[in-house]
Design a protein around this ligand. Sequence first.
Ligand code: HEM
Ligand code: SF4
Length: 760
Amino acid sequence: MSASRTWKETLGKAIPEDLGREIDIFETQIELRKKLKIEEKLFAETRLRRGAYGQRYDNGQRHDGEKTQALLFPSREITKGPTTMWDAPGMQRIKIPMGRLAADQLDTLADVAEEYSDRILHVTTRQDFQLHFVHIEDTPDLHRRLSTVGITTREACGNTVRNVTACPYAGVCREEKFDVTPYAHAITYFLLGHDDTQDFGRKVKVAFSGCKENACGLTNFHDMGAIARTRVEGGKVKRGFEYYVGGGLGAVPQAALLFDEFLPEEELLPISQAVSRVFARLGERANRARARLKFLVKKLGIDDFKRLVLEERAKLRVDPRWTAFLADLHATDEKPLRPPGPLPTTNLPDGFARWRESNVVPQRQDGYVMAVITLPLGDLTSEQARALADVARQYTGNTMRTTVDQNLLLRWVSEADLPAVYQALVTIDLAKPGAGSIADITACPGTDTCKLGISSSRSLAAQLTKELAASGLDRDPNAKHLHIKTSGCFNSCGQHHVADMGFLGVSRNVGGRRVPHFQLVVGGQWTNNGGSYGLAIGAVPSKRVPEMVKRLTTRYAKERQGEETFAAFTTRIGKKTIRAMVEELQALPTYDQDPSYYSDWGDPREYTISDMGEGECAGEVVPIVEVGLAAAEREIFESQILLDESKLQGAADRAFSAMLQAARALTREKAPNLGTDAAEIVAEFRRHFYDTRLFFDPFAGGKFAHYFFRANDDREKTATKDTVHQLIEEATLFVDAAHQCYLRLGAALGGPAAAVTVRS
Ligand code: HEM
Ligand code: SF4
């Protein structure tokens, strides 16, 4: 009898019927796939819709730090996405709507993490959990076990409505207009599996916030974002939402646009349904890179988009679910387990005061507080999870939430119990202070497990945490409030655009070897629901990033004027100053002098495999293409300065010129006589690099080349602050892509690729 049968029989009727049926179907599809009776593409969409992702294995290989081992799978020839075996163990994303978590759910999550993955429960930047190294054969049982505690992984990935997120403080926050939980809960289960949400060209993300000013909801970069609002109508307080559409991060972030400044509560579901229908009907399909709702809203303009949505709304068949939940808005309320009481003043445990200062937040309800559990890199072990479930059962009940900065929150802690709760957390190593501080760093999965990762965002975050603690900057009153976020590549899963200091992974050629770097992004705003996005200042070698962070943070702490924000400080000292700090750290010792710079944090492997350049200073001879790419980067930087000085047209011209410069540098390798005329460069670049697909990124395809072509087409258009900001983002990505292309194809171009390991 197979394991899956055993669990199905054991759990029996505890599996909700509808979820059970879906899981059975999925299990059958896995069997069919094994027999090659379903095409890979179709199966991929099926498994992604159930949250079963591929994960990084370096071309179906696994490196244990010393040697590479081939992974043996039954379906050797069939890949799961580029270069990974479809049946290799993958990642399972588990949706946690609004991050709400009960003790028995945490127990079950601990069980499945232990039995099917590497025992680590990872909290994501959208309040989900992820398990890694899960075998596809185990996923049906994993899903069944979760279903018995009310968790579904349905639509955790794929072109669907992803997890609905909400402020983790909802319902207990002192600053919210009202508790958004019942609304977020209603929309979650209304849109889940709805006919109108099954045919999108790309994913849709929904977020709720109880106020406009704080960061917890991050509505500004979601496809649909709702901020609680009230107004008085006929002497009565009426609830509604400031409703936004078309925001998103990704390679080029887009701020959401205001759809309605007061969407009445009864219109929340039908309007969201109408938005879904318009997106499904008119959204881009062929070009995945432009398929998010943000591109449709931009293409149509918010007024036309709104008109279409309202027309769609008028045609919808009335659905009782639109308003049924309004009859009992208290259905999702939490009840405290223990009576409120004053905080004891004596016999407080060691470390309690510091932890309380950084990790405890008072609730709106007197006598109760929330305790943030700081999770290093968003991870906790199955043992910790189970023990934490016991702490919750003893002190708070089912009132936990995951947070978008990858932590956990215990709500409804009676102040009288706080020292005991702290002590219990200490014993399971979950009482780390510094929640929300500069050392509490957000990181995407990066090269650890993500196939798209270029640099190790997680290991960098771990190193930064360590060095910031050692330097005392995590306790400095002038610096500890800063936010750092790291992404392993331009896709922004670590939300690096909205940090004080954001980092995104890139790589550079140094002396014929590939070296991991991170672009430093400054000027982003975390508050105001992720209110504005920063721009890249320059690439810092991975191993020098901690030094960069310490230098910049120390300077801020010393020179800060009053309550000056980091963004205001960077504007005051000027990007040129920060750029100079970056440049100071860019030159590296040669490989022979110090090979440590040529591998990434936490990874004993080197980026290069050949011994090319050994014994000589390869850095002395810089190929002309690299000179051109460096000049292009400088121009991008200059365009940022022009933007800061509000010289919009000049900034746009300079950003385009940077793209031209990079395109020319690359194209001259194929067409040495290429002149400087823009039309000629565009045409020749297209001929040699686009039509041949040489410039295509293994994952993003021709996306970055399109940025260049569009920038060329749009040169006559009037530049605005937003268009220039976007152009600079796109120019940065184009030049980075030119670097990657050069590294990938270097051998053919006479460059460094012979020394390069191309990683999946
Ligand atoms: C084309 C590929 C991808 C793009 C454009 C992309 C983009 C994004 C963006 C913009 C966010 C976060 C912010 C937000 O909008 O809420 C996000 C979230 C996330 N991404 Fe990606 N991503 C991609 C692929 C991946 C891959 C391959 C992984 C690794 C397994 C990954 C892991 C994550 C995680 C863990 C989150 C938090 C998500 C959640 O819990 O729902 N992403 N992604
Ligand atoms: S930002 Fe890049 S490396 Fe990080 S998880 Fe997203 S796709 Fe992967």
